[in-house]
Design a protein around this ligand. Structure first.
Ligand code: GDG
Length: 464
C-alpha cells in the first residue's frame, strides 16, 4: 500500500477526536492505515524561518509541521489566501485585494512547504494537496524532481472566467495546477467553470474528465465532500447532546428554534439571513413570540478588515432587529460569537425545527449535512438551504432559496414551520440517504482511487 502524504495549510492536532472535523477524521484514518504523514503549518510564528520540522505522532497519525515568520503569515495567509483568493473565488471581486507583496509571500511560503516536505517523500508515496493556500505546491514539487502521483482538491468554489481574469498573473497560477495528476472540485458547476477557463482563456482542450494544456493532461473531476454521517447521528444522541438539547428546549418555552451555524464570514450570507428573518417577522406577526433564531457564529480571520466589518455590521443588525421586535420576555435573535464542542452542537441542531443555511456562495457547506444527520428520524426538522451552496446539488429536498431575497427566506421559514410531520419525514429521509451514501469515506475513496489509477496512464504514456 502506498503511503499517503497529505499537505494542507494547517494540520489538525491528532488526538482530540471528539472535536475533530470530518476532514481530519477521514484523512487521519487513511494516514494511519498507510503509515502516511500530514504536513502543514504549525500555526506558530517564529522570528526567523529555519525550515525546522516538528514531528509528532498521536493515534497512529504522524504529523510534520513548520513554523512561519510573521511576514509569511501576513502575506501568504492573511494576504494572498484570505484577502485575495478567498473573496475572488467566492465571486467577491469588490473585496479582493491585489498586492504584489501578497503574491510574493504566497509563492515564498509555497516554496518553503516544498523545501521542507520534499525530503520526506519517497518515490511510491501518493501526495494529496488541500485547498487554495497551496495551489502552486505541486509545480514546485515537480521542479524539485518529484515524479509521484499528486492530487489537488479545492474546497472552495471555482469562479467564473470573467472574474478570475481580474487576478494578476492568473494564467501562471492556473497553469500550475497541471503539475497534478488529478484535480478535484466539489460540484460540476465549479468544474465547468474551470474547464471554461482552460478552453477559453488558455486554449486548452477538454475530453471527458481529461483536460489538456500544452503537453500535460490531467483529470479534473467533481467529487463532493461529505461528513461522517454515522458518527454525527450518534453524536446527536450522546449524553452531552441530550443535555444540551434539554437545556435549549427549556430556555425556549415551547417556541420553535431556527438555527444557523457558521464561521463569521461574509460568504455565509449572515447579513442577508438576518434581513430575511426580519422580513419574516414583519410579514408574520402571528409568529411573534413563537420563534427564536439562534445564530452561532464563532469569529474567524479577525486580522482581515472585511471580517471586522462584517462583524460590526452583524452586531448592529442583530441589535436593531432585537430592538424592534423584542419583548421583555422574548428576544427574536440569539446571536452568539462562540463555538461549541461537536456533541453540544449536534444537540443544538437536533433541538432546532429549522436549519437555516444561506451562504451567498459556498464550495459545499457541511453544516447543511450535519443538520440533516443530527435530526430525530421520528420528528425531523426542515433544512432551508441556499441554491448557491455546493450542497444544494445533493440536498434537493431542502427548501432551496435565493439568499439575496428576503421574501423567499420569509416564505420558506413560514412554510417550514407549517410543514406537516409526514412531509418533513419524507424530505428528511431523502436528504439523509444522500448524506449517508456520499459520506466522508466515500469522498476520500472516490478521490484517492482516481489518484492511484492515474499512475497507470502516466506509465502508459511514458512507455509509448
Ligand atoms: C470550507 C468551505 C466546504 C462551525 N462552528 C462550530 C463548528 N463548526 C464546524 C461545522 C462544520 C465546519 O465548522 C464548517 O464547515 P463548512 O463546510 O460549513 O464551511 P467552511 O469552514 O467555510 O469550509 C466549505 C468545506 O471547506 C469542506 O470542504 O464545505 O464550502 O468553505 O463542520 O460544524 N464546529 C464546532 N463548534 C462550532 O461552534 N464543533
Amino acid at each position: 500500500m502506498s503511503r499517503l502524504i497529505v499537505i494542507s495549510n494547517r494540520v489538525s492536532r491528532p488526538g482530540k477526536s471528539s472535536n475533530q472535523g470530518g476532514l481530519a477524521v477521514a484523512l487521519s484514518q487513511a494516514l494511519r492505515e498507510s503509515r502516511g504523514i500530514w504536513v502543514g503549518w504549525s500555526g506558530e510564528v517564529t522570528d526567523h524561518f529555519t525550515g525546522h520540522i516538528g514531528f509528532a505522532e498521536a493515534d497512529g497519525v504522524k504529523t510534520a509541521t513548520i513554523d512561519l515568520e510573521e511576514q509569511d503569515v501576513d502575506e501568504y495567509y492573511n494576504g494572498y489566501a484570505n484577502k485575495t483568493l478567498w473573496p475572488l473565488f467566492h465571486f467577491r471581486i469588490d473585496l479582493a485585494e491585489y498586492e504584489r507583496d501578497f503574491e510574493g509571500g504566497y509563492n515564498r511560503v509555497n516554496q518553503r512547504f516544498a523545501d521542507c516536505a520534499s525530503p520526506l517523500i519517497e518515490p511510491e508515496d501518493i501526495i494529496w494537496v488541500q485547498d487554495y493556500h497551496l495551489i502552486p505546491l505541486g509545480q514546485m514539487f515537480r521542479d524539485r524532481g518529484l515524479k509521484n502521483r499528486m492530487g489537488f482538491f479545492l474546497h472552495i468554489p471555482w469562479p467564473p472566467t470573467r472574474l478570475l481574469v481580474s487576478l494578476p498573473h492568473h494564467t501562471k497560477l492556473v497553469s500550475s495546477l497541471f503539475a497534478y495528476d488529478v484535480v478535484g472540485f466539489h460540484t460540476e458547476e465549479w468544474l465547468e467553470s474551470f474547464r471554461h477557463y482552460i478552453e477559453k482563456e488558455m486554449g486548452g482542450t477538454v475530453k471527458g474528465d481529461y483536460v489538456t494544456l500544452g503537453d500535460r493532461t490531467i483529470q479534473a473531476i467533481a467529487c463532493p465532500i461529505g461528513i461522517n454521517a454515522q458518527a454525527f447521528a450518534q453524536a446527536a444522541t450522546s449524553e452531552t447532546a441530550q443535555k444540551m438539547h434539554r437545556q435549549v428546549r427549556a430556555s425556549l418555552q415551547d417556541r420553535a428554534l431556527i438555527v444557523g451555524v457558521d464561521r463569521l464570514d461574509y460568504s455565509k450570507g449572515l447579513e442577508e439571513r438576518f434581513n430575511g428573518y426580519a422580513r419574516f417577522l414583519k410579514d408574520h406577526p402571528e409568529y411573534h413570540r413563537k420563534v427564536v433564531l439562534a445564530q452561532i457564529a464563532p469569529p474567524s480571520r479577525g486580522e482581515v478588515e472585511s471580517y471586522q466589518q462584517i462583524r460590526a455590521t452583524l452586531d448592529a443588525l442583530a441589535g436593531r432587529i432585537n430592538g424592534q421586535y423584542s419583548d421583555v420576555d422574548w428576544t427574536p435573535i440569539r446571536y452568539v460569537n462562540q463555538g461549541y464542542p461537536r456533541d453540544q452542537l449536534a444537540g443544538i441542531y437536533r433541538a432546532a425545527r429549522i436549519g437555516l443555511v444561506t451562504p451567498l456562495r459556498d464550495g459545499m457547506n457541511l453544516v447543511a449535512k450535519e443538520y440533516v444527520a443530527a435530526q430525530d428520524p421520528d420528528d425531523p426538522g426542515v433544512l432551508i438551504l441556499s441554491r448557491f451552496a455546493g450542497a444544494a446539488i445533493q440536498l434537493k429536498d431542502a427548501l432551496l432559496i435565493n439568499p439575496y431575497s428576503p421574501e423567499e427566506m420569509s416564505d420558506a421559514i413560514s412554510r417550514a414551520l407549517d410543514m406537516p410531520l409526514e412531509k418533513r419525514k419524507a424530505r428528511w429521509r431523502a436528504m439523509m440517504d444522500s448524506v449517508e451514501t456520499q459520506d466522508i469515506s466515500w469522498w476520500r475513496e472516490a478521490f484517492t482511487s482516481r489518484l492511484m489509477a492515474a499512475q497507470d496512464k502516466t506509465q502508459l504514456s511514458e512507455a509509448e
